[in-house]
Design a binder for this molecule. Structure first.
Ligand code: ATP
Length: 596
């Protein structure tokens, strides 16, 4: 397929806000694409060249590109940019029609040249590459090319939308969606799944997708209960209780030598070779990778965990864990905020000394070429206990109590809370590890269960208000938060949050939110009239909020079922979560206390 055809598909996707129409357009595109092109298309439509877990960034600033354009096309580009607010539109007007049509794969290779240009001289290299490429493109292609490298494509095409379209392509409706969810959950590379649906015997290939070390599994999620009494209705058989650590969810992968090529996935060979092998003090030919729940590769941020995991003798594995700051001498956990200071790309060695961490391993999903996803929790934990004999500095097995009476849970909960932990996680011993699934086989009970609101909520920021009085000087006085509605695939406003934010924080919050400013209410966002913000933002940033209670206002039912928060307070700004992973409308509804 040519990049021109792809750009026209992007144009059609951009102009529709209807999910069904978007899905129909994608199905038409899928029919025209072959396996490799569909894999590439699936990444590009989300503004990327590789799956989320491959650190492939363009690292280009709009200012830099604007300067390069100014040098060739004159000063006018600056005023054109400030009028249109979008460099893609400016470039569209600058270039002229072309006849030499570049293929999708040719443009894809050029995009990788940007990703791979790093270090000294790369700014000049990328600028020259940008100018020479747009000369080879027609206006509509140049517009989307510019937006891709600037990270501002935003077609509103989520992984869910793509999986829906794959299902419709295969079975004419959503009938194949659960199989696709399972496959994507086991191996979270949407492009690879796309390539399979265009291959021979698509249904069988999708059904046989298994975890592959090096490709993250979607993290299993946790349900909540309203109180301890509810546990007896949720657990009839045996279950295990683990402490709930408050840190960074981390999947630890050991890739055996034979799987280094990660099944010839299209992006692999193009990736800069950045092996961590030198760090290892062992003969092992393996590679360790660490991923967050958000599919971000954080391997380079935690060298001590990488080192410890590389010493485990087994050939390959995938472990689930929580990384928490831990003072081994004092046997004391550090706060979530302290742990999060380790989430940085630079100054890693220095920070490592100040905030030492441990990974508390609580599950295992793969061992030596065998998927353990469908194995019962009791047997997975047994395999984990055996593996833990090889754990060393930096890795610790999460303690675990096996119980069958829910009355016995409270003392364990009290013990962990007294140790400064957040609460407990209870897991049904007969359950499997269902990737990305949230159900009552895994339940969290947090300290907050005893207070008026059983849990904090995670909201996506939809905009902000200028504020009045003292705060007007910051240009921001409160944030608009919203929940997710997965059925309608949209974000719905619930509350204005102005408390719990210091003056200093307001400055950094505004700076961060301004990078996502939108001139109008973004696609896929619904805001109740009385909550309309002064500035809308693209739904990107996730916050954690506590409140006194959740209330329902029947007159506002069309948006978020009329739910709102009373006296909301900001607990955490910019959480490690995708916007689609925030609290859903139905979850918030189920948290309303006293509702029958
Ligand atoms: P959500 O509400 O979507 O579950 P959250 O980040 O608000 O997300 P938490 O209330 O922190 O969730 O509870 C789930 C998280 O608890 C997991 O994602 C994991 O990071 C952490 N966790 C800590 N200890 C465990 C454990 N023993 N088993 C499973 N998860 C654990």
């Amino acid at each position: 397929m040519t990049f021109l055809e792809v750009s026209k598909i992007f144009q059609n996707l951009e102009t529709t806000s209807s999910r069904n129409e978007m899905s129909a357009l994608l199905v038409e595109a899928i029919k025209l694409l072959d396996a490799i092109d569909l894999q590439i298309f699936s990444y590009l439509v989300q503004g990327r060249v590789a799956p989320m877990f491959v650190p492939a960034e363009f690292n280009l600033s709009e200012k830099g590109l604007l300067n390069s354009l100014k040098a060739v096309y004159g000063e006018e580009v600056l005023s054109q940019r400030s009028v249109s607010g979008d460099l893609g539109l400016v470039v569209e007007k600058l270039v002229t029609e072309k006849t030499d049509k570049l293929s999708l794969q040719e443009v894809y290779s050029i995009l990788w040249e940007f990703v791979n240009a790093q270090g000294k001289g790369s700014v000049e290299l990328k600028s020259a590459l940008f100018l020479s490429t747009i000369k080879r493109l027609s206006p509509v292609e140049a517009k989307y090319f510019t937006r891709i490298i600037l990270g501002s494509l935003r077609l509103g095409c989520s992984t869910r939308t793509l999986l829906d379209a794959f299902s419709t392509y295969i079975l004419g409706g959503k009938g194949f969606r659960s199989e696709l969810d399972r496959a994507y959950g086991s191996s979270a590379d949407v492009g690879y799944i796309g390539s399979l649906i265009k291959g021979k015997d698509a249904q069988t290939s999708i059904k046989s997708v298994r975890p592959l070390p090096g490709v993250p599994i979607m993290s299993r999620l946790v349900e909540r209960v309203k109180n301890f009494d509810e546990l007896s209705t949720r657990f009839k058989g045996s279950f295990l209780v683990q402490p709930k650590y408050d840190g960074l969810r981390c999947q630890i992968h050991k890739i055996s030598n034979q799987h280094k090529g990660v099944a010839q996935r299209i992006w692999y060979g193009r990736k800069r070779v950045e092996s961590n092998m030198d760090m290892f003090n062992t003969e092992s030919q393996s590679e360790i990778r660490l991923f967050t729940r958000n599919l971000e590769d954080i391997t380079d941020m935690f060298p001590e965990i990488v080192m410890a995991a590389s010493k485990i003798k087994e050939d390959s594995f995938i472990l689930d864990s929580e990384i928490v700051g831990f003072n081994a001498e004092a046997k004391r956990f550090l706060s979530y905020q302290d742990t999060m200071t380790r989430r940085r790309k630079y100054g890693v060695e220095e920070r490592k000394e100040i905030v030492p961490v441990n990974a508390f391993i609580f599950d295992i999903m793969h061992l030596n070429d065998r998927s353990l996803l469908e194995v019962a929790t009791r047997d997975r934990f047994e395999a984990l206990i055996t593996l833990s004999k090889g754990f060393n500095d930096g890795l610790q097995l999460s303690p675990c109590d096996f119980l069958s009476k829910t009355e016995e849970v409270r003392p364990i909960f009290n013990k962990y809370v007294d140790m400064g932990l957040e609460g407990i996680i209870i897991k049904d011993l007969d359950g499997s590890y269902s990737p990305g699934v949230r159900n009552f086989e895994w339940i969290k009970v947090k300290k907050s269960v005893d207070s008026s609101m059983i849990d904090t909520v995670d909201l996506v920021v939809l905009g902000y208000y200028y504020g009045s009085g003292k705060r007007s000087k910051f240009g921001i006085g409160a944030i608009l938060g919203g929940v997710y509605n997965p059925e309608l695939e949209r974000f719905e406003s619930v509350t204005k949050v102005g408390t719990g934010i210091t003056d200093v924080q307001f400055g950094t919050i505004k700076e961060r939110l301004d990078t996502f400013k939108s001139n109008e209410c973004p696609k896929g966002v619904v805001v109740e009239d009385i909550l309309k913000p002064d500035v809308y933002t693209i739904p990107k940033v996730v916050i954690t909020v506590d409140a006194d209670e959740i209330s329902i206002n029947r007159s506002g039912e069309a948006v978020a079922r009329g739910l709102s928060l009373r006296f909301p307070r900001l607990i955490e700004f910019d959480r490690d979560k995708n916007p689609e992973d925030v609290t859903t409308v139905d979850e918030l509804y189920s948290m309303v206390k006293g509702r029958q």
